[in-house]
Design a protein around this ligand. Structure first.
Ligand SMILES: [Fe+2]
Length: 528
């Protein structure tokens, strides 16, 4: 039972409802909210400093999220919460003033999950906007806005969505989120590097106007350190505002655990056994801090993050996890070497089968892969040699061939890939044969630059020539920002947005530096 089906109760009844969250049932805390004594509502202060969020919309519901933390930056990572469970109530309304409340329920926030709650609301109407808020200990949260997906056979309509990734809080202000929220997207895709694990100190703290204590000057390794890191990054008001404005569909990349890891393999000499322990706490902190459904509740070092979100007949969004199951970095990284081994996989067998099956079955106009690392082949040698990144799909050419092969074989007309990772805006065409510029274009890749990582940046930087020397790369910009897309049955319009600076303050204006149209039935990029 994930929510309380008592539409129409007035606000005075807010405290008198029954129901217990899925999280409490799954965790078996032994205390159901409905049986909890009133004292469970007490919190030491306003617990909503980390904000509210929603995610993974379906036609009849969404998952809501908050994490109680009266002192988000308390050095022990507990957010200023006592270790006992606390009851959190939530309500969902059709209007911003909560006059037409349609769902109410309770969830139990337990210390085991850092006092986060992830109630899954059901019984909502498809394709509708809703508002939600929480209450705990007599405190009312800020309100969030969310949206349900269209009904499965719903045709037509326009979807406005934004892409974001890579938010190194210490490199600058999240100004891009201020503008992203103002665009009012229906949906936000987050494509990895929500946090970074690195020690934060005077050497990398480029965000002006803040200071951080010595507790942050260490690479995150323990559960408490990862929890604190999420709280630090969520201290940016524009990130919280962007969460409150639209449902998010999130996936991770490497820095939610450690730079460039592959499955159980650290690139820094940690044994697989020790690294799995670290992955377990990092995955748990990830779940605790994001609006994810119960199906993503981690179990030890394992967490199911790949999943599919259908959006009427308009789009199927296939959300991928290219970190957890990938083969390790090859020892031989020369062009044509071990990275082309047909046994290598970036998705792992189960996820690859799931993806190919989903592509085969899809009847949606657009098939979108929401994922982390660049899929297009990128030769990094601007001279006659050939060099590839082993951390991207180039390190797993057989995986790419299998996915793009299936796209051609099954006649998936409108493949779009959303990517993060490189801290640069890039638009590229996916080719039937990357070595032959005249070969068929079979899809479109939109790479969103970072929200914060790498500081101010510049339109052209030392990597621009490398990327643009690949003929299927159509656009490059090295500034911070996000991508805004408008999707309908006939076209995808993508706008690459940048801000000129982020280190000094959060006042920079936004500008659109490129606009492309991809027509349904005609993959690739047309400048517009
Ligand atoms: Fe990154």
């Amino acid at each position: 039972m994930s929510d309380d089906d008592r539409a129409g109760l007035d606000r005075r009844s807010f405290l008198g409802l029954t129901g217990v969250s899925a999280a409490a049932l799954v965790l078996g805390t032994g205390t159901s909210a409905s049986a909890a004594p009133g004292g469970e509502g007490r919190v030491p202060g306003d617990p909503f400093g980390l904000g509210v969020a929603s995610g993974d919309p379906e036609p009849d519901g969404v998952v809501l999220w908050t994490r109680l933390a009266p002192e988000p930056l308390a050095g022990d990572g507990h957010g200023g919460m006592p270790l006992r469970p606390v009851t959190v109530e939530y309500e969902v309304a059709e209007d911003e003033r909560f006059r037409r409340v349609v769902r109410r329920g309770r969830a139990l926030a337990s210390a085991e999950l850092a006092h986060s709650v992830h109630p899954e609301v059901r019984g909502l109407r498809p394709g509708r906007e809703y508002f939600y808020r929480f209450r705990a200990g007599g405190y009312l949260s800020p309100a969030g806005r969310t949206r349900t997906a269209p009904a499965p056979h719903q045709r037509g309509g326009t979807l406005s969505l934004a892409l974001a990734s890579c938010q190194a809080w210490y490199h600058g202000h999240f100004t891009a989120y201020r503008h992203l929220a103002a665009d009012d997207p229906d949906l936000v895709f987050f494509l990895g590097d929500y946090i970074y694990e690195y020690a934060i100190n005077a050497g990398n703290l480029w965000r002006q106007g803040v200071s951080v204590g010595p507790v942050h000057d260490a690479e995150t390794q323990t559960l408490e350190q990862y929890r604190l890191r999420y709280a630090l990054f969520k201290s940016d008001p524009h990130l919280r505002a962007a969460h409150a404005r639209a449902p998010w569909i999130v996936t991770w990349d490497d820095h939610e655990v450690q730079n460039n890891y592959a499955d159980a393999h650290s690139q820094y000499g940690i044994s697989p056994e020790d690294f799995e322990r670290r992955r377990a706490v990092a995955y748990r902190a990830y779940y605790e801090n994001l609006p994810l459904r119960r199906t993503s509740l981690p179990s030890g070092p394992d967490m199911r993050l790949y999943r599919r979100t259908p959006w009427g007949t308009l789009a199927d969004f296939h959300v991928l996890d290219t970190r957890q199951y990938r083969d390790n970095v090859p020892s031989d990284t020369t062009a044509g070497g071990e990275h082309t081994d047909p046994r290598r996989s970036i998705l792992g067998e189960a996820q690859e089968g799931w993806l190919l099956d989903g592509l085969r079955r899809s009847r949606a106009t657009w098939n979108v892969l929401a994922q982390q690392v660049v899929m297009a082949q990128i030769d990094r040698d601007t001279g006659p040699g050939r060099t590839f990144s082993m951390d991207q799909w180039d390190g797993f050419t057989a995986s790419r061939d299998r996915v793009l092969g299936a796209v051609q074989r099954e006649g998936v007309d409108n493949l779009v890939v959303f990517t993060g990772d490189i801290h640069r805006h890039v638009a590229a065409e996916l080719k039937a044969d990357f070595a032959d510029p005249s070969s068929r274009t079979i899809g479109t890749e939109l790479v969103t630059g970072s929200i914060g990582s790498d500081g101010d940046g510049a339109p052209t930087d030392g990597y621009a020539g490398l990327w643009l020397s690949n003929p299927h790369v159509r656009f490059y910009d090295g500034r911070r920002g996000y991508v805004h897309c408008r999707l309908d049955a006939t076209r995808l319009t993508s706008e690459f947005k940048v801000v000129d600076y982020i280190e000094r303050d959060d006042a920079a204006a936004v500008s659109t530096v490129a606009r492309f149209v991809t027509e349904a039935g005609n993959p690739g990029l047309r400048e517009a």
